[in-house]
Design a protein around this ligand. Structure first.
Ligand SMILES: Nc1ncnc2c1ncn2[C@@H]1O[C@H](COP(=O)(O)OP(=O)(O)OP(=O)(O)O)[C@@H](O)[C@H]1O
Ligand SMILES: [Mg+2]
Length: 323
C-alpha cells in the first residue's frame, strides 16, 4: 500500500469515479456550488476584485472580509446523506474550472490512532504541516501556488468524543487547539487549502472551531422527490414505470410506525442492490417485487436520536409525511 503519511488517501483530481459520484449527488446543488466557488477563490482571490470592478466599478470594503477568513467548512447532519461523498468529490469540479492541480488529502479521525488525545493532537498537527508544505513547495516565482488542496477531516466529532472519554479538563484541549492553530495558520497565510470537516453531531464540535467556520452546511434525509430522483436514475432502462417508481419512493418514506424514511445510503447501498439481486440471475426486475422489497427493508435510525418503538408516538411535529 502506498504511504500517504498521516492520510488515508491522497487523490489527484479530477478523477473519473469522483466525477460520477459528484454528478449523482441529489439535492445538494447549493452546497456544491458554494464549495466550488469558495475553493476557486482560495486559488485565485484576485477574481473577486475583478468581479467588483466589472459589476460595481469600484473596490468594495466587503471584500476585505475575505482576507484572513478561515477557509473552514462544516458538513453536518444525519447518516448517509452525502457529507463524505460531497467532501470527497467536489474537488473534481474545482479541478475542471481552474488551472491548478487539485488534491484531496483525506483523514478520518474515527479510524485513526488509539483515540488517545495525544495521538489525535499529533495527527492533526502533522496533517496541517504536511499540506502547508505541499502548497509551499508548489509556489512559482510570483509566490502563486500551482496547487490547491482540499483537506478533509472526516468523522470530526471523534475529537470531541475523545475529549469526553478521557474526561478532559477545560485546559487540556490539545487536540482542539492543534486544529484551531492549523486553521488559523492556513487563514493567515491565505493558503489555497479548503478545510472540510464532516460530523454527525454538530453540537459535539468545539465552539471555537464552529465559530471559525466560513459556512455550516446541514444535511438531511431525502424527501420524496429526491428519493424518486435517485430511483429513476438507478432504474433507467429497467422498464419500471413512473407509477411503480413512485410507489417505491412512497414505501421508502416515513410510516405510522417510524417517523423517518430512508437515508440516501439506505437507497443506494441497500435497497437498490437488493432489488437487483432479487431478480438476478433468472428474472428481470419487476415493479411488484421492487415495491415489496422496499416495504421489507428498514431504514437506518437517525444518528443519536435513540429511536425505539415506544418513542415514535411521541415525536409530534415530525410527521412521517414530511419525509
Ligand atoms: N445527496 C445524495 N444523493 C445521492 N446519493 C447519495 C446522497 N448522499 C449519499 N448518497 C449515497 O449514499 C452513500 C453514502 O453517503 P456518504 O458516505 O456521503 O454519507 P455521510 O453523510 O458521510 O454519512 P455518515 O454520517 O454515516 O458518514 C454515497 O456513496 C451515495 O451512494
Ligand atoms: Mg461520512
Amino acid at each position: 500500500m502506498e504511504n500517504f503519511g498521516f492520510f488515508e488517501d491522497v487523490i489527484a483530481l479530477p478523477d473519473p469515479r469522483g466525477q460520477t459520484d459528484y454528478d449523482r449527488l441529489v439535492g445538494l446543488e447549493a452546497y456544491k456550488e458554494r464549495l466550488v466557488k469558495e475553493t476557486l477563490l482560495l486559488v485565485d482571490p484576485r477574481v473577486l476584485q475583478g468581479w467588483a470592478q466589472k459589476h460595481h466599478r469600484s473596490e468594495l470594503n466587503a471584500l476585505d472580509y475575505f482576507k484572513a477568513r478561515p477557509p473552514l467548512f462544516l458538513l453536518a447532519g444525519d447518516v448517509g446523506t452525502g457529507k463524505t461523498a460531497l467532501a470527497r468529490s467536489f474537488g473534481n469540479e474545482v479541478a475542471k474550472r481552474s488551472r491548478v492541480q487539485v488534491r484531496l488529502y483525506a483523514m478520518s479521525l474515527n479510524s485513526r490512532g488509539s483515540g488517545a488525545v495525544g495521538e489525535m493532537t499529533r495527527l492533526i498537527s502533522a496533517a496541517f504541516r504536511q499540506v502547508q508544505d505541499e502548497v509551499a513547495k508548489s509556489r512559482d516565482q510570483h509566490g502563486q501556488s500551482r496547487r490547491a488542496i482540499i483537506l478533509l477531516i472526516d468523522e470530526a466529532d471523534a475529537l470531541a468524543q475523545s475529549r469526553e472519554a478521557a474526561q478532559m479538563h477545560h485546559e487540556d484541549r490539545a487536540g482542539v487547539n492543534a486544529l484551531i492553530r492549523g486553521v488559523d495558520e492556513v487563514a493567515a497565510g491565505r493558503l489555497p487549502i479548503a478545510i472540510i470537516m464532516c460530523t454527525n453531531r454538530l453540537a459535539a464540535i468545539d465552539p471555537a472551531v464552529r465559530r471559525r467556520a466560513a459556512a455550516v452546511f446541514e444535511f438531511h434525509r431525502p424527501k420524496r422527490a429526491q428519493r424518486l430522483s435517485v430511483l429513476r436514475d438507478a432504474f433507467l432502462g429497467s422498464g419500471l414505470t413512473e407509477s411503480e417508481l413512485e410507489a417505491v419512493a412512497d414505501a421508502t418514506g416515513g410510516t405510522q410506525q417510524r417517523a423517518y424514511g430512508f437515508t440516501y445510503s439506505d437507497l443506494t447501498q441497500r435497497l437498490i442492490p437488493s432489488i437487483v439481486l432479487d431478480a438476478f440471475p433468472e428474472q428481470p426486475i419487476t415493479g411488484k417485487r421492487a415495491i415489496e422489497i422496499a416495504r421489507s427493508v428498514s431504514p437506518t435510525p437517525p444518528f443519536g436520536e435513540g429511536y425505539s418503538a415506544d418513542t415514535i408516538g411521541a415525536t409530534n411535529g415530525r410527521q412521517s409525511n414530511s419525509y
